[in-house]
Design a protein around this ligand. Structure first.
Ligand SMILES: [Zn+2]
Length: 344
């Protein structure tokens, strides 16, 4: 998710005298961040002035399916305007990603969300072509070639400190082994526009040729994981309720390669192609990742077969297993010093 305020500060900055500008950027610090240089890359973000990049509920994370907990409130989503191509207004190279602005009236509710959210924009993260992965989230340690983020905000203007102010739908994008994949038609139209917005701040209007639904067709929207996290760009605000879908969008390699070959972080004359624009994995800490009713939770089946008590079957199965592992760990922690004492 891109923080617009920073872009506008940077833009205003460009209009001012460069000397004043330098001191201004230096003073605020939060203005300058990037993916491509060691000086301003993701490892430096936690040193930026007033942001939250060193917090305890940061994104992205690695989602380990067997460690997720089934949650019966994670039911089907309700989408409004996702089928309307006219809602996609314009696409822009903002210097960090390609972003598509959405018109009013695209809404998301259900899926265990507490209220209705309105979609603002979608954007992507990628590596370098179909061979070098660049998704932000991982699934069981696997990083996918790309990741799509559809960003929504609470409809009734929530406080900026609301811990679920923003709802992001995250879709993995995988490369297809077949020549043509299901979503290819829409993605082909979208990716062919990228050559027109190679440089930072360039944008073009979209002409109603594809909808959000066209981009996510083929994904089972009832299979997803849920956790509380942050924006994945500075200031890394911890105000995001994340939904990561289990099924990837599958595209052919030609389409995936267009993102890393047509866009530049700055201008084409810089020869600095927009690649690897993802934040690396963050610590899960004490958070729990929940699984929707239809999502895959591998350990659940194994535990159900292992257990002898019928009362531990079903939704509590994964919790039981985690509990057992914790007990074993605690026992080892207590016993180890005693054993060492007697050995000595
Ligand atoms: Zn994003």
């Amino acid at each position: 998710y891109q923080l617009k305020r920073m872009d506008s500060i940077a833009f205003t900055c460009n209009l001012l005298l460069s000397l004043f500008c330098l001191s201004f950027v230096g003073a605020t610090e939060s203005v300058k961040w990037c993916y491509e240089h060691p000086k301003c890359g993701p490892s430096t973000w936690n040193k930026l002035g007033t942001n939250m990049c060193n917090g305890t509920r940061q994104s992205p994370i690695d989602i380990i399916q067997k460690n997720t907990a089934r949650n019966s409130s994670l039911n089907e989503f309700s989408f409004k305007g996702y089928d309307n191509a006219a809602k996609l207004i314009e696409t822009e190279n903002n210097g960090h990603t390609v972003e598509v602005k959405l018109d009013k009236g695209v809404q998301l509710s259900g899926g265990g969300l507490s209220t209705t959210y309105t979609a603002l924009q979608f954007h992507l993260h990628w590596g370098n072509g179909s061979m070098q992965p660049g998704s932000e989230h991982k699934l069981n340690g696997k990083q996918y070639p790309m990741e799509l983020h559809i960003v929504h905000i609470k409809e009734n203007e929530a406080s900026v400190y609301d811990s679920e102010r923003i709802a992001v739908l995250g879709f993995f994008i995988d490369v297809s082994s077949k020549l043509e994949a299901k979503s290819d038609a829409a993605w082909s139209k979208f990716s062919n526009l990228l050559q027109n917005i190679s440089s930072k701040d360039s944008k073009i209007h979209l002409n109603d040729s594809f909808s959000l639904n066209d981009l996510i067709s083929g994904v089972n929207l009832t299979k997803y994981y849920r956790y509380l996290g942050s924006l994945t760009t500075p200031g890394c605000n911890e105000t995001v309720v994340w939904t990561i879908f289990e099924d990837p969008i599958v595209l052919n390699s030609t389409i995936i390669n267009l993102f890393s070959t047509n866009l530049y972080f700055n201008t084409t004359s810089d020869h600095n192609k927009m690649i690897n624009n993802f934040r690396p994995e963050q610590q899960l800490n004490s958070r729990e990742v929940m699984a929707s009713m239809e999502a895959t939770v591998p350990m659940e089946t194994t535990v159900s077969m292992e257990t002898t008590s019928p009362s531990t079957l079903g939704t509590t199965a994964s919790g039981t297993r985690i509990g057992q592992e914790k007990t074993t760990l605690t026992a080892l922690t207590v016993l180890a010093p005693i054993l060492i004492y007697f050995t000595l």
